[in-house]
Write a protein that binds this ligand. Structure first.
Ligand code: FMN
Length: 148
């Protein structure tokens, strides 16, 4: 069955004081639903934007993206890319994310940017940033298996 990889970014609409709790809720629901649906991926975010990679069966990814798009915790979704891929970039992650903003800053600095700018990064840049953050996350938690 062909594998779809969808990459989008969006503008965060979560009030700053609710930040951590809201992100935790989003990740909990994502991991629960995506594990059930065979979806994997990674979410990169800061205090302004989200960028997310969704991988899975085409119709399932489309359905997941439609559900995410209706979520008032973000808006102005921009689809960066939707491709058919031979394999998953994040096979072991129903939805990975890093809560370490220092890691994000460092990884972005290596891309020559001072903050997360998904429109400038484009889909390849978003994937590179997600893989770099994921590698740091795996290094920090030796029990986890690296992806890909
Ligand atoms: C930036 C962002 C990313 C999200 N990613 C996912 C996701 O990957 N999978 C998912 O099921 N829900 C995701 N959600 C949450 C959905 O919008 C929705 O709240 C959830 O799927 C509803 O699940 P439930 O009916 O099980 O509560 C995301 C929400 C936001 C704001």
């Amino acid at each position: 069955m062909p594998l779809t990889r969808l990459t989008y970014w969006s503008t965060r609409r979560i009030p700053p004081q609710d930040g951590f709790k809201a992100i935790k809720q989003i990740l909990q629901a994502s991991i629960r639903n995506n594990a059930r649906d065979g979806v994997t991926g990674y979410m990169v975010f800061d205090d302004r934007v989200f960028a997310q990679i969704l991988e899975g069966e085409e119709a399932v990814v489309a359905r997941t993206y439609a559900r995410i798009g209706a979520d008032p915790r973000h808006g102005d979704l921009i689809l960066l890319d939707r491709t058919t891929e031979p394999r998953r970039a994040f096979p072991n992650w129903a939805m990975g994310a890093t809560l370490w903003l220092d890691d994000l800053k460092e990884v972005m600095a290596r891309q020559g940017m001072s903050s997360l700018e998904p429109d400038r990064l484009g889909p390849r840049g978003v994937l590179a940033v997600a893989l770099a953050l994921h590698a740091r996350e795996v290094a920090r938690q030796p029990g986890l298996r690296p992806s890909a």
